[in-house]
Design a protein around this ligand. Structure first.
Ligand code: IMP
Ligand code: MG
Length: 192
């Protein structure tokens, strides 16, 4: 059986990125935006998004690592690469690939908010609300998807598939919602 099943096509992604950029450009009209990408998953989405924005933009990146089970219980996220920019008094848009349990973004939101930006909003490409463990609502979201493990357009499984141009359900036969059988680890991540 095929390992990957297309969920969102390259054309759908392009259209959605343009749509999001239009809304964001209107919301920030007359302002300068500091766009912060969460490495590594957000790198492709962010690269496409900033090129569609109509307001002046600077970029920075933050890299985080979840502690696996520890993160799920404690919500603590390790910062692997901190920001280079001082965000105090600036309009910050945090860009992430996907909100799953919400733990990463909740932590990052509070971490950035503590540095006194003029404003802070979050833009995600994907949202899996069924998997939420803590309340978190992105300000901008591209697609709400069911509880599938997905890869492509920056998202990985074991660091692979990030370069795919669309979003694909990984191992569809192992996703209970698709076949009614199959199972996944309790973290929701299939074997890669
Ligand atoms: P959260 O803290 O559980 O919301 O996890 C967010 C992170 O988990 C994302 O930044 C992704 O790196 C990863 N993640 C969650 N769901 C998926 C998925 O379906 N495919 C690939 N990575 C995922
Ligand atoms: Mg990520």
């Amino acid at each position: 059986m095929e390992k990957l099943q297309e969920l969102i096509s390259e054309d759908q992604l392009k259209a959605k990125v343009r749509e999001l950029a239009e809304v964001i450009s209107k919301d920030y009209a007359g302002k300068e935006l500091l766009v912060i990408g969460v490495l590594r998953g957000a790198f492709i989405f962010m690269a496409d998004l900033v090129r569609e924005l109509k307001v002046p933009v600077t970029v920075d990146f933050i890299a985080v690592s979840s502690y696996g089970d520890t993160t799920e219980s404690s919500g603590i996220v390790r910062i692997l690469k901190d920001l280079d920019e001082n965000i105090e008094g600036r309009h910050v848009l945090l860009v992430e690939d996907i909100v799953d349990t919400g733990l990463t973004l909740k932590y990052l939101y509070e971490y950035l908010q503590a540095r006194d930006p003029a404003s802070l909003r979050v833009c995600t490409l994907l949202d899996k609300p069924e998997r939420r463990k803590v309340e978190f609502q992105p300000d901008y979201n591209g697609f709400t998807i069911p509880d599938y493990f997905v890869v492509g357009y920056g998202l990985d499984c074991g660091q692979r598939y990030r370069n795919l141009k669309g979003i694909y359900v990984f191992h569809p036969e192992a996703q209970p919602e698709i076949t009614g059988t199959g199972s996944r680890s309790k973290e929701g991540v299939p074997e890669c």
